[in-house]
Design a binder for this molecule. Structure first.
Ligand SMILES: Cc1cc2nc3c(=O)[nH]c(=O)nc-3n(C[C@H](O)[C@H](O)[C@H](O)COP(=O)(O)OP(=O)(O)OC[C@H]3O[C@@H](n4cnc5c(N)ncnc54)[C@H](O)[C@@H]3O)c2cc1C
Length: 442
């Protein structure tokens, strides 16, 4: 139990404010874990009139997409609805304690975030603690910009119809997204010709992965019937806007003089840059806080932004932490950031101190800062069609059993698991069906 002096100091301090910019998996993980931790602290320490911090998530989308499910969403109209969780499926705890501001951050300083709301007004959010969870710019077909579930499903329908109409499809670029889209297409349409062109000798190109990972991915794609062409660069890729899906018959020429015909071409050659316009327009982050080579925000092991920002964090795809960028990694980092912010709030509020000798014996002490050190640098999995997947983890190395690895994704590209990890209920089949009807205009 805490001494009465520490309870007093907690309840008399002003309410701290936390602003999280970006409300996808990384941002949600912070909000969900922070609320849970602070509620636990309040219950455990029996704090009276607990002044709960103001927690705000800034996000233009009205809901949450499972980003890892996009490759199947593009191909399978029936699957898409369950991959978009509307705010009504967020946990009651989060809905009670977090404000969702629907808009885009347009400016950030050391103490406030300005937000352009979707109706073009602006608002200003002062903060004591902030987290940048804005991910990276990605092409629309890979990370749909759609703000509502209705728009998102209409988008998924249009791609699925284009793929269905095509006889031959060429996917350019053998990163994880290109591999998964090629696999989903060939699995869904075994009689269509699906070709994957990749400019290097191994796919995916992440150098930290074991070479065996690439060999197994290649074997799985070929077993499925995808025509994989390595060391083959599409000649037209450089002079066109990358990252589109082009519908219509065309010839893809390669730099080694070959030609591939396609009714539909999927360009997965983009290299995402961190979605940081709102940082560029300010004098907030010095150049030393930006990793120019990878266009990402530099972070320390506790996920604070480098350069003396002990109250500003960056999570997931937006930061330069040297791991392969994954949804699981963003959720893991989000939980670390939540623990560190909860710790800082509790210290500032006097929850942990002063402790007398009796309390020390009872084990009430300031927890250590949590570091992001238990996530392997080569932690990744790719799904190849619905029945095969290849993964690598620090503990188990490269997976050998395609089917068993695919089963880890539980048939829904981990949608339920990812949503549950961040306090979002799975979207029921019933509500998914009604969303399909409404997207079809019924
Ligand atoms: C097609 C695809 C397939 C993938 N497959 C896998 C996979 O199989 N396994 C896996 O683990 N990972 C996979 N990933 C990677 C994974 O999805 C990302 O690593 C993860 O989404 C990163 O989460 P994040 O929260 O950091 O960023 P994001 O998920 O990119 O979210 C960023 C959020 O910030 C918001 N935002 C941007 N700018 C602003 C602003 N100015 N103001 C407010 N909000 C803003 C955006 O609207 C968005 O919601 C895949 C990604 C893609 C695109």
């Amino acid at each position: 139990m805490l001494s009465s002096s520490s309870l007093l100091s907690y309840s008399t301090m002003s309410t701290p404010s936390v602003v999280i910019v970006g409300g996808s998996v990384g941002g949600h993980a912070i909000a969900h874990n922070l609320v849970s931790l602070l509620l636990q602290d309040a219950r455990r320490q029996k704090l009276p009139d607990f002044p709960f911090p103001r927690i705000t998530v800034v996000e233009p989308r009205r809901g949450l997409i499972n980003p890892i499910a996009i490759p199947r969403t593009l191909v399978d109209q029936a699957f898409a609805p369950q991959t978009f969780a509307p705010p009504s499926s967020f946990s009651p705890q989060v809905l009670d304690h977090v404000d969702f501001v629907r808009g885009r951050a347009s400016y950030m300083s050391r103490a406030r975030v300005d937000v352009r709301l979707t109706d073009d007004c602006t608002t200003s959010l002062p903060f004591d603690f902030a987290a940048i969870a804005v991910g990276r710019h990605r092409p629309a077909f890979v990370m749909p910009p759609h703000l509502t579930k209705h728009e998102y499903l209409a988008f998924a329908d249009s791609y699925a119809l284009n793929f269905r109409a095509a006889h031959s499809i060429v996917v350019v670029g053998g990163g994880a997204v290109g591999i998964e889209i090629a696999g989903e297409l060939k699995y869904a349409y075994p009689t269509k010709s699906v070709t994957l062109l990749h400019s290097r000798d191994r796919l995916p190109p992440e150098p930290s992965l074991d070479p065996e990972f690439s060999e197994r991915v290649l074997d799985a794609l070929r077993a499925l019937g995808v025509d994989v062409q390595l060391n083959t660069r599409a000649a037209t890729a450089a002079d066109k806007k990358p990252s589109e899906i082009e519908v219509g018959r065309r010839i893809i020429k390669t730099t080694d003089g070959r030609e591939f015909e396609a009714d539909c071409t999927v360009w997965c050659t983009y290299r995402g840059t961190v979605a940081s316009e709102f940082l560029d327009s300010s004098v907030f982050l010095p150049q030393t806080s930006i990793d120019a080579a990878n266009n990402a925000i530099k972070v320390n092991d506790d996920m604070t932004v480098c350069g003396g920002f002990d109250n500003v964090y960056a999570v997931g795809d937006a930061n330069d932490y040297p791991v392969i960028k994954t949804a699981g990694g963003a959720i893991f980092q989000g939980s670390i950031i939540a623990q560190n912010i909860a710790r800082q709030i509790n210290i500032a509020q006097g929850v942990y101190a002063p402790l007398d000798e009796v309390e020390k014996e009872q084990g009430v002490e300031v927890p250590e800062v949590v570091l992001c050190e238990n996530w392997g640098k080569a932690h990744m999995a790719v799904i190849i069609g619905q029945e095969m997947a290849v993964g690598e983890t620090r503990a188990n190395g490269v997976s050998r059993d395609y089917k068993a690895t695919a089963e880890l994704f539980e048939g829904d590209m981990s949608t339920k698991r990812i949503f549950e990890a961040i306090g979002v209920s799975a979207v029921s089949a019933e509500s998914a069906e009604s969303a399909v009807s409404s997207s079809n205009g019924h």
